[in-house]
Write a protein that binds this ligand. Structure first.
Ligand code: SAM
Length: 239
């Protein structure tokens, strides 16, 4: 997969992509992340990329032309068609289902805004969808782009050493993940639940399912649709 990031700080996301799982995706040739700076496509001595908003008011707005030219250059850097996503607090909230959808694409172009945002006409003409990483306002889209790159990278085939680990993560099966424990068995903070030491795989799977259901029920009841739960799951919840 190839991800192009259009940003006034193009190195930021590219550098974030150098660590951990995303870095491994890069090393294994499964993902490449490229930064593009709209300033390189701006005209004049000052290479201006922003101007005052029409109608007055505070702040600056990113101008159409440098972004259009930069998106054009990023888009034509690879012959495969790309989906263009503008990171925006006004976009649809990023979910694991959306991350899966993006991870199935060959190419993604991420547009990061700054200041008051981007001229609306550029969004209407060049952007396929807007994605928000939460109901709060960042000073720029770069952190949001890094979040998308990270979440997408770990879902690419061959990136995680154990592909099953992503399948049991929170949200994948509509539930939060179960709690996890490792050595030591006994600690001043408590003991590992005995069932996990029993070697009984059916019991362990049942316990984990019960924990996942229980914590989803108590922490994120909005994720649980009782009507679609299996009989076994309902029985576990009622215990
Ligand atoms: N005036 C804009 C508004 O209220 O909708 C906010 C602009 S914000 C200061 C600058 C840039 O940060 C945005 O253009 C966007 O790219 C990015 N950004 C801010 N919050 C974000 C969020 N929650 N999710 C994704 N991107 C965000």
């Amino acid at each position: 997969m190839r991800i192009d990031v259009v940003s006034l700080f193009p190195d930021f996301v590219a550098q974030c992509a150098g660590f951990g799982v995303v870095g491994r995706a890069h090393e294994r040739g499964l993902l490449s992340v490229h930064g593009w700076n709209p300033r390189d496509h701006a005209e004049g001595n000052y290479r201006r990329v922003d101007d005052r908003p029409f109608g007055g008011g505070p702040g600056m707005v990113m101008m159409i032309e440098p972004l259009r030219a930069c998106l054009g250059a990023a888009g034509s850097a690879d012959p495969r068609p790309a989906r263009t996503v503008y990171l925006s607090p006004q976009g649809r909230p990023l979910t694991q289902a959306k991350v899966r959808e993006l991870a199935a694409l060959d190419r993604l172009v991420l547009l990061c805004g700054r200041y008051e945002g981007v001229d609306e006409r550029l969004i209407e003409a060049e952007v396929d969808e807007e994605i928000s990483i939460g109901d709060y306002v960042l000073s720029g889209g770069e952190l949001a782009a890094a979040v998308v790159v990270d979440a997408v990278a770990r879902l690419l085939d061959g990136v995680l050493n154990d592909a099953d680990s992503a399948a049991q993560d929170s949200f994948e099966a509509g539930l939060l993940d179960c709690p996890h424990y490792t050595k030591p068995v006994e600690h001043v903070f408590g003991a590992v639940p005995p069932v996990l030491l029993s070697g009984n795989h059916a019991e362990i799977a049942r316990w984990r399912r019960m924990q996942a259901l229980g914590r989803t029920w108590s922490r994120r009841p909005d994720l649980i649709d009782l009507a679609t739960l299996s009989k076994q799951d309902r029985a576990l919840l009622e215990r």
